[in-house]
Each structure stands twice: as C-alpha cells, then as structure tokens.
Design a binder for this molecule. Structure first.
Ligand code: UDP
Length: 444
C-alpha cells in the first residue's frame, strides 16, 4: 500500500467561488493521481459541509480572510484587493504550521491568480509557488493590454465608434470594445487589480485551464508577458474525470427526464453560479422557450417557486426546472441539442468538450470575451445582445436546434470536442503539459 507520508504535499489556494473551486479541485485530483498529497487552504467563507465532497484532501483555514458576503457590499474588485490585504498574515501562519507538521516538505503552493497574497508566504518560507488561472489565456492577455492603457484616456476613446472597433494588436479578432472591463466597477481600480494578477513575483510557472488548440495566439502572448513556463492542462474536468466538485446539491432527476426526450432536441439553460436573470427577462425567456416548441431543461437557482404564477404552469408542461444540475452529465446527454449559457469559462469548456453549440448571453466583460470567441473564432454559437424578448428567444432556439446554421455549429463543435479529447490523451498537448508540470514540481 502507498505510504501517504512519503508523498510530497501541495497546498492549493482557490478563490472559494464555484467557478474557481471546480478547476482547482480538479487540478488537485490530477496531482493526486501523480503521487502528490493535497492540502486546501480556505478562508472562513463557506459552510464546512460544502467541502466534504473532497475525500483525501486536507483542509486548513485562513482565519483572517474576508467573508464572501462582503462581495455584494464592496463589489468584486474592492473585495479581491481587500481580501488579498487581509489574508496575507494569517496565510503565513498557516504555511508556518504546515511546514512544521510536514517536516519542511511542501512541494509547492499553487494559488488562484486572484489570491496573489499567497506569494508573500511562499517567498518568506522559500516554498516554490505557481499561479493558477481559472479563466482563458485570452482573458489574461487582455489584462496585459489593459495594464498598458491610461484608464481615463481609454474611457474617452471608447466613446468613438472607430476606436471601439479597432483591433487589439496580436489578439485578432478582438476589438478594443471587447476588452473585459464591464461589470468590474471603476476602470482605474480594475487595472490596479490586473497589474497585481499579472505580477508573477517569485512564482516559477503559470497553469491555465485551457487547451492550446483553442487559443494559441493568446497563449503565446501570455508566455511572453509572464516570462515563465505556462502549462495548459485543460480541460481539467476531463483530465480529472468523474470527480464532482459541486458546492450545491445536484438534482439528478433531470437525467431521467432527459432520457425521455428525442436526441438533440433539448435546450439546456444555465447561467452559472453567480448571475441571475431579472424578472422581466425570466418571463420573456419562458414565453420564448414555450413558443419555440422545443423541450428545455432550465437551471433556476431560486427554484420553480420563484417563477411568476402565470408562467410556472406553462413552463412545467414543456420543460423541466432544477435548482442545480449535474452540468457535465447534462451536456454529455444525447438529448441535449444546445446550451443557453452565460459563457463562464468552465461552462464554455464543458460545452465544447461535449460538442454542444451555444446561445451566448454574457453578463460581464469576461463572459463577453468568451462569447466573442464562441461566435467569431470557433463559430459554435450565437451571441444575443440587447434586450431579450420572447421572439428573440424563440428564433435563437430554433436556429440552434433546427436550422442548417445550427447543424453547422454543432459539426464544428464536434470537431473541437475531438481535439480537446486528443489533447488530454497520451501524447496530446495537455497530457504533455501535465507531465512537464510534474517534472517542474519534482525539481523545483
Ligand atoms: N454548474 C453546475 N450545475 C449547474 C450550473 C453550473 O454544476 O446547474 C457548474 C458548471 O458545470 C461549471 C460551474 O458550475 O463548472 C460554473 O462555472 P462557470 O465558470 O461556467 O461560471 P460562474 O459560475 O463562475 O459564473
């Protein structure tokens, strides 16, 4: 039997939101398969019960970190900056204690790039550290562009249509208006955060949950910007297959419902773990879905009860509603023909990995960026802008599920799916990158 004491320990520090936890835990699983043991350092942010899904991982607490509930009051950027300031000292305490327990053998601290306070502890205790990016390489390449701009001048420039549509150098086909700033408050503060995120300090490598065939141009740029090895290990949900890292309880009854639907007929609707539609949009969505005559599976985190009474009956006749779905399983189901998504990076990768074309309804700049790639680069989806009203919903769903254009999008998505699967197989780019990362960890 393997002796766990002799495994080298890796400390993972995720930002404790679903879209960040999931890939970090998948990375942890991939590394346990390579012989490392895992400690996860968390703020006092989540009920302990949420974390019991991770057998074999050790958990420690960063006592002084900011509660997640502060996000709403502070906004995402101020929350992240403040959390980095408040967490640094107590994370040093965590690492100090852990080093004593581990006989000074910590192979590496791998931290979410938004938790950059971790590097101070790594530096002080001379523990190697690696940055982990849970968003796309293009997102990080855009951070680099943003840090070189004058925020005030940029905002004035963006009132000019021609400048809005100007292409960003070396990031074709992105235009300046696609830079991911929407939803992150005052630009100067966001740019401050971007600078912190791009500052590699003493870290020796960057891991990105992406695949080189999806965004090779951005990866080249990222490599140049960071000047240290960039390991592309994605999609981590395939590398660490069969691991469920949901913080909420998945309602698996929807799989039985999907089993009764025709192949490729269902539109799956989910807006991730944070964003919600407004009441008016929910109503228009419900009408549009019903008018499309396609069956639908809809994740509404507040539940069926939150729907206005006039629509709940109609919706329950044509579709199925859950508070939280087993998303990867849903996307892999043969009945699913399309994904109405907010285009979070995890959802984007999960959809591509199952060859499912998308209707993109992004809420913030990062999701908008992913949507630009989905529609214009990979050409596997339709971007919806402006107000969502029932006619728009009906046409988009029909176009994706029934029209020739939708069929072509699905064909292209299936080609990408095959490429992603090849990337994690023996000899593929992500497979090789994982091997290189393990060598890096063993020699650092
Ligand atoms: N997810 C899920 N069930 C749901 C909705 C979402 O398991 O009903 C998962 C999804 O598979 C993805 C994550 O939640 O891994 C959402 O991450 P993403 O980056 O797409 O969006 P975010 O929630 O960060 O906005």
């Amino acid at each position: 039997m393997e002796n766990i004491e002799h495994k080298r320990r890796i400390v993972l520090v995720p930002l404790p939101l679903q879209g960040h936890v999931t890939p970090m835990m998948q990375l942890g699983k991939a590394l346990t398969l390579k012989g490392f043991s895992i400690t996860v350092a968390l703020g006092q942010l989540n009920p302990v019960s949420s974390w019991q899904h991770f057998p074999g991982f050790q958990f420690i607490t960063i006592t002084e970190s900011l509660p997640l509930s502060e996000i709403e009051a502070l906004g995402p950027v101020e929350f992240l900056i403040k959390n980095n300031n408040t967490s640094e000292a107590s994370f040093k305490d965590c690492i100090s204690q852990l080093l004593t327990q581990q006989g000074n053998d910590i192979a590496c601290i791998i931290y979410d790039d938004l938790m950059y306070f971790c590097e101070a502890a790594a530096k002080e205790f001379k523990v190697p550290s690696i940055i982990f990016s849970t968003t796309s390489a293009t997102h990080k390449a855009c951070f680099s562009v943003l840090t070189k701009l004058n925020p005030k001048k940029f905002l004035i420039d963006m009132e000019d249509l021609e400048l809005q549509n100007k292409l960003v150098e070396n990031l074709h086909p992105l235009r300046y208006k696609d830079l991911p700033i929407a939803g992150f408050g005052p630009l100067d503060r966001f740019v401050e955060l971007c600078k912190e995120v791009l500052n590699r300090r003493t870290s020796s490598a960057v891991i990105v949950n992406t695949v080189s065939c999806l965004e090779s141009l951005s990866l080249t740029r990222m490599q140049q910007d960071f000047g240290i090895p960039v390991y592309t290990l994605g999609p981590l949900h395939i590398t660490a297959a069969s691991a469920t890292y949901s913080l909420l309880e998945e309602d698996k009854s929807c799989i039985e419902w999907l089993n009764k639907q025709k192949p490729r007929s269902v539109i799956y609707i989910s807006l991730g773990s944070i964003f919600d539609m407004g009441t008016k949009e929910v109503l228009e969505m419900a009408w549009g879905l019903c008018d499309s005559n396609q069956p639908f599976l809809w994740v509404i985190r507040n539940g069926y009860e939150s729907l206005p009474e006039e629509v709940s009956k109609m919706v329950s006749e044509r579709g199925y509603i859950v508070k939280w779905a087993p998303q990867s399983e849903v996307l892999a189901h043969p009945a699913v023909g399309g994904f109405w998504s907010h285009c979070g990076w995890n959802s984007t990768l999960e959809s591509i990995a199952e060859g499912v074309p998308m209707i993109c309804r992004p809420f913030n700049g990062e999701q908008n960026l992913n949507a630009v790639y989905i529609e214009n680069v990979w050409r596997i989806g339709i971007l919806l802008q402006g107000e969502v009203e029932r006619g728009v919903v009906e046409r988009a769903v029909k176009k994706l599920i029934m029209d020739d254009e939708g069929v072509l999008m699905r064909e292209r998505a299936i080609v990408l799916k095959e490429k992603l699967i090849s990337s994690v197989r023996n000899g593929g780019s992500s497979y090789n990158a994982l091997t290189e990362l393990v060598n890096h960890l063993n020699t650092d």
